[in-house]
Design a protein around this ligand. Sequence first.
Ligand code: CTP
Length: 401
Amino acid sequence: MVLKGKKILIGVSGSIAAYKIPFLVRLLVKKGCEVRVMMTRPATSFVSPLTLSTLTDHSVDVDFFDHEKPQKGWVNHVDLGLWADVLILAPVTSNTLSKLASGKSDNLLTATFMSSRCPVFFAPAMDLDMYHNEATKSNIEALVSRGYHLIPSESGELASGLEGEGRMAEPENILAAVELRLSASLPLRGKKVMVNAGPTKEAIDPVRYIGNHATGKMGYALAKEAARLGADVHFILGPTDTAFDLEGMQVTRVVSADDMYAACAQCFPEVDIAIFSAAIADYKPKEALVQKIKKSDADMHIALIPNVDILKTLGNKKQKGQMVIGFALETENLLDNARKKLHTKNADFIVCNVSGEQTGFAHDTNEVWILSEDKKEVHFPLKDKSLLASDLWAYFIEHID
Ligand code: CTP
């Protein structure tokens, strides 16, 4: 999850362990990463650039000048470094390690390392005695002290025939170390988040219901973004036909407001942050008939009774440290009406949907205001719901106690 969609640059230097890099590339591609590889010239003797370019679907960069690309002969190490969300240097030979530690940039790999701004991981690979040499130890310490992430070498049979420490970590272990480190730095790591979304359907008889046009897209975008930011997400979704990629979150599907209430009430006491974005039907038929209503010439009246107000009920049970976020859908007096909801429902924030041609139910874009008790209203202009979700989370995270 944490790696999905990430741009990963791998820097390979000249060790026999380079033969394992195609396996690392495949693991990263399977995780949904876009992968590029750069190599030192000696590394190309251990694993073929053709193999790596085939697996990554990108050309492999080796030298500052690529004479096979006449229109773009200069491989720009600054662009390459900025392209990467994560740089993995594996294997790192003793020679490359000493260049990294001393800041020498005499090849594309070391120059790109020097100009990168993203998290950098390095996995040394060398023979037993080289690995234990004091110079190697101090080079590793120098890199770790500057914030680069060491993926320690493993013990086992070495290419020299000796047994001991110095083998590059296995590709699975490199992947696990990168995932662990990246998820540890996510802002919602360790937080439990509940999001409800979608419409509800209130049965009139076995074939008819009262519902609304909500699709759950805004709530989904918030749940997905929370999961991407490291939260443990419980997504409670009403009956929508919209297909969502629900990977990485716990999901409960519900139909009526009563079902939605039961699912939210069970989850709420455990969560740190609860977002109520669902468009709950305010009323339900007093009685859901077991048999289909037959038509007649007379007018039809259906007695309705109010549904439970889920946000209000749970908002008023809020414990210290919990953050409660509601939504408001208004067709007039947007901010005044929404402010009343903030108070009556005991929410920390109300996200007010601005009505417009490209906002609200079923649209992929939205525009909102956020209201809170003691802070000024904040406007979030029209944008794609997934981008808006990212802006809203940045705002909420800033206000977590
Ligand atoms: N809400 C809820 N339970 C309900 C009705 C609404 O939890 N029975 C929540 C919504 O999920 C939303 C907020 O309350 O977070 C405001 O919903 P909205 O439809 O804008 O307002 P209502 O409270 O239903 O009031 P009105 O329809 O009169 O504007």
